[in-house]
Each structure stands twice: as structure tokens, then as C-alpha cells.
Design a protein around this ligand. Sequence first.
Ligand SMILES: CC(C)(COP(=O)(O)OP(=O)(O)OC[C@H]1O[C@@H](n2cnc3c(N)ncnc32)[C@H](O)[C@@H]1OP(=O)(O)O)[C@@H](O)C(=O)NCCC(=O)NCCS
Length: 168
Amino acid sequence: MSNNYTALPGVTNYVDKSAKIGKNVKVWHFAYVGKDAEIGDNVMIGSLTHVDYKVKIGDNTRIEGSVYIPPFTVIGKNVFIGPAAAFTNDPYPMSPKMAGVIVEDGAIIGGRSVFKPGIRVGSNSVVAMAAVVTKDVLPDTVVMGHPARPAYSRAEYDRKKKEWESKK
Ligand SMILES: CC(C)(COP(=O)(O)OP(=O)(O)OC[C@H]1O[C@@H](n2cnc3c(N)ncnc32)[C@H](O)[C@@H]1OP(=O)(O)O)[C@@H](O)C(=O)NCCC(=O)NCCS
């Protein structure tokens, strides 16, 4: 990883010089990438998304627009994050003590979902749109609601997805 990042032609954004940026990273309009962030290869960061200092994002992760990712959040590889999801790191603001959320590889995060500081979102899990995630999410599990509760398995999600894609 280095920081040879060059904004796409005609795109205005801010990527701090100290951030480590992988190959083929796209950062769209008015997105922000802070100090000492580490962004893997083939990552896409949508417009108006805020990636704060010391955030880590793994290879092939796709982050849609208006997502808020505060300091110390760790996001794995092959993760999808829907629009306007908000991670938090301070349970009792304003406190100097921060705990980043961890999102493991292959997780799918629905739009407008929110996450309590310090929780772990397990590998290949799915968080429904608008979920309020207050506890760890087990791997391979779909959670929904507020507070978010397990609903069914990732295998069932993949089955539904395939069925949806096969319908005209
Ligand atoms: C989680 C998700 C995959 C569930 O899809 P699904 O299984 O097809 O859901 P269904 O529409 O069949 O609904 C099943 C049940 O879950 C409920 N449900 C679905 N989505 C929900 C949500 N986000 N929060 C709370 N309940 C939800 C439905 O009301 C229904 O409840 P019922 O059985 O009591 O009637 C889907 O709702 C979702 O959030 N997808 C992500 C969308 C998104 O953010 N995309 C980002 C890119 S644009």
C-alpha cells in the first residue's frame, strides 16, 4: 500500500496524504479519507462518505454514498455497505474513550443501519436496512429491526437473492 492516489478526472474529494491507499481505489465526489486511514485494493468509496482517521478498509469492499465511518472502525474484505449507514465509536458522548466497530469479511450492511460502538459484525452476516445494531452479529446470520435480532441464515439470504435475480 502507498499513497499514489490520484482523484478521477473532474472529481473533487479529500484524501489525506498520510492515508495508505491500495491499487484501483475509487473515491467519489466530496468524500473524505482522513489521516492514517488504510484502504485496500479495489475499494470504492461513494460520494459524501466520511472515512475518519485510523479507519481500516479491506480489499474489494464497496461503500455507497453518505456513509459515516468514525476513527478506529475496522472493515474487512469483500464487504458491502449500503447508503447512509452510520458506525459510531463513542457510547457516551463526548468521551475521549473510543471503540471502533469491527465488520468482518463478506458482510452486507443495509442502508441507514446504525451500529453501537465496539461491536463485531460477523463474517458473511447481513444487516437489514435501518437496523439498529446494539450487539455482536454472529457470522452467516441476517439481523433486522431495532434493536436488531437474528431473522434467518446467510444461506437463506443467498437463496432469496438467487430467486430474485432469476425472475424477469
Ligand atoms: C434484510 C432484507 C434482505 C430482508 O429481505 P426479505 O427477506 O426479502 O424480506 P421480506 O420483504 O420477505 O420480509 C420478511 C419479513 O421481514 C421484515 N423485514 C424486511 N426488511 C426489514 C427491515 N429492514 N427491518 C425490519 N423488518 C424487515 C418484513 O416486514 C417481513 O416481516 P413479516 O414476516 O412480519 O411480514 C431486506 O429487507 C434488506 O434490508 N435488504 C437490503 C436493502 C439495502 O439496504 N440495499 C442497499 C443497496 S441500495
